[in-house]
Design a protein around this ligand. Structure first.
Ligand code: ATP
Ligand code: MG
Length: 310
């Protein structure tokens, strides 16, 4: 079974206003709520692509119920731990006259030590974990060592682990040596404490992480696609020029595309192409909407793949 882990999921509340103003109250023209959080995005895209999987995480309160109900309606299987706090709500304001978007991300509820341990025990007993995606920020009350611990448990159980995180959770988590690590250029730059610009600099930094013990490093670079550094395999796959609507969730979709490839027994090259196709397919969708299967399938043959240094 494929699992995703989102310790800090969110209910994304998206509002549309004609124009934001501070002198008068703002009239909301339309609003929509979505189940959000990076691992949850991965689960949603995997489900869209027909790959059965289960989303794990913490949920609580009304927002948590709403989030779970939305996933249920979307056909996404989940197995959440119920917490005493309330799942966070992120606010996204779309200004229709300008196309500007304001995003307010909430911190999330504090996770109590006994709630955290319920998650650890669940992970220790997961049924047949083949691939596990660990993704997103940590909620308050959880030490950054958590991802490292989870990775170590899962690797002992024979699972392939994919990590997509940032900040301290990443700095410590990478010490668990996930099988696949997917930073974007900014996350990788923060990890190595210097701004990476050119492809050469990015490849060098990613290669070092590979040499330290991470089997596959995928660096996503927005419209420039994704670089894969593995054992004796170095590729760069990139999308055609497309009309981008919104890039929110593109990275999560890319992770899902890669997992889709591996789940279908494809090689690294093919999985990389799927990653780029899924990421780019999500950029065609407005707001926080994720990719459509048709767009993904149409993009696959349009993705270019080069061998780095070859
Ligand atoms: N402007 C773009 N045009 C075409 N494709 C894009 C664009 N932006 C992102 N993508 C696609 O999505 C993939 C992942 O995007 P990106 O590098 O922005 O991830 P990220 O920063 O991790 O995103 P997220 O906000 O979801 O975490 C890219 O490799 C590419 O395939
Ligand atoms: Mg990302």
């Amino acid at each position: 079974m494929i699992y995703t882990i989102t310790l800090n999921p969110a209910l994304d509340r998206t509002l549309w206003v004609k124009k934001t103003q501070s002198e008068d109250s703002n009239r909301i023209e339309r609003e929509q709520r979505y189940a959000g959080g990076k691992g949850i995005d991965v689960s949603r895209v995997l489900t869209t692509l027909g790959i059965s999987n289960k989303a794990l995480g913490f949920v609580g309160g009304f927002a948590g119920e709403e989030l779970e109900g939305r996933l249920l309606n979307a056909g996404v299987a989940c197995d959440f731990i119920r917490i005493s706090g309330e799942t966070r709500t992120n606010i996204i304001i779309n200004e229709m006259s300008t196309g500007n978007q304001l995003v307010f991300n909430a911190m999330g509820p504090e996770i109590k030590p006994y709630e955290l341990m319920q998650m650890i025990h669940k992970i220790e007993k997961l049924e047949k974990p083949e691939m596990v995606v660990i993704s997103g920020s940590l909620p308050p009350g959880v030490h950054p060592v958590i991802y490292q611990n989870i990775i170590e448990i899962l690797k002992k159980r024979g699972a392939r682990v994919i990590l997509d995180a940032d900040g301290d959770a990443l700095k410590v988590g990478i010490q668990g040596f996930p099988d696949v690590f997917k930073p974007n250029v900014y996350e990788l730059s923060r990890l190595v404490n210097r701004e990476l610009k050119g492809i050469d600099e990015i490849v060098t930094a990613a290669s070092r992480i590979h040499e330290e013990g991470v089997e596959i490093v995928l660096v996503s670079m927005g419209a420039r696609g994704i670089i894969l550094i593995g054992e004796k395999e170095e590729y760069w796959a990139y999308p055609p020029e497309v009309e981008v609507e919104n890039t929110i969730g593109a990275g999560d979709s890319a992770v899902a595309g890669f997992v889709y490839g591996l789940a279908r027994g494809k090689n690294l090259k093919e999985a990389l192409v799927y990653a780029v196709a899924a990421g780019t397919a999500t950029t065609l969708m407005p707001g926080t909407a994720l990719c459509k299967r048709d767009d993904f399938l149409k993009l696959v043959p349009a993705i270019k793949l080069d061998m780095i240094g070859g």
